[in-house]
Design a protein around this ligand. Structure first.
Ligand SMILES: C[S@@+](CC[C@H](N)C(=O)[O-])C[C@H]1O[C@@H](n2cnc3c(N)ncnc32)[C@H](O)[C@@H]1O
Length: 213
């Protein structure tokens, strides 16, 4: 995902359906009333989700981080185009990174990063350390299908017309993703006992809730 062409292809792809779903899951926990707060987005990619959240919640400021400079370049362009440079700060950070633990956020969000990490606990530890008491946490990712035929079906259903680089990325991501049971075990092991993964589409799980105050 680090190569410039790959990042550009990802930034230009249409993830509006799943990104809109992510924002609705966030809304269900954050609430609709104006509430100011600082939200951290881990692995923000081209920043479509932080832009949607900043547009939907005018009181929120967002720190969005990603490990890839190519992705951040796409994110900076998108944030500037949306006129949100004052409310979305973009930083280069590759998890695990101790500098991320120096702030306490009222929300921590993360879409499609977990399956990229060599050590999944790096995500859950970062969330535990960055989320303040009562923080809203929303994490979403792909569900690993049961077999190769199910992978093929999803690639054809959602990436039939996509550039080859994106088809390959989607296939690799599905194969690298975790099952709900595996995510549940990760949450138990990291002490995030109040969060449970739920299937939210034919290919996604989400973990969402407020950390106990
Ligand atoms: C599939 S993209 C998802 C991007 C974005 N969250 C979205 O929903 O569109 C995964 C992103 O995670 C980033 N990434 C991968 N490993 C990372 C790490 N260890 N720390 C920070 N970002 C990472 C990649 O650069 C990429 O932008």
């Amino acid at each position: 995902m680090a190569a410039a062409a790959q990042a550009r292809a990802y930034a230009e792809a249409d993830f509006s359906e799943s990104n809109a779903m992510f924002v609705e899951i966030f809304r269900a926990h954050w609430g609709d009333a104006p509430a100011s707060g600082r939200v951290l987005d881990l692995g923000c990619g081209p920043a479509d989700i932080p832009i949607r959240i900043a547009q939907a919640f005018p009181e929120i400021r967002i720190d969005a981080v990603d490990g890839s400079e190519s992705m951040l370049r796409c994110a900076r362009e998108a944030v500037a185009k949306a006129g949100l440079g004052e409310r979305i700060n973009l930083f280069r950070r590759r998890l695990p990174d101790e500098r991320l633990e120096m702030a306490s956020y009222s929300g921590v969000i993360c879409n499609s990063l977990l399956h990229h990490l060599a050590e999944p606990d790096d995500l859950w530890k970062t969330i535990t350390r960055c989320a303040g008491l009562g923080a809203v946490v929303v994490v979403m990712d792909l569900i690993r299908p049961d077999d190769e035929a199910a992978v093929d079906r999803l690639v054809e259903a959602y990436a039939a017309e996509a550039p080859e680089v994106l088809r390959q990325d989607f296939r690799a991501s599905l194969c690298a993703a975790y099952t709900l049971q595996e995510v549940e075990a990760q949450l138990q092991a990291s002490g995030l006992l109040q969060l449970r993964p739920k299937r939210v589409s034919d290919r996604h799980w989400a973990v969402a809730g407020r950390l106990a105050a």
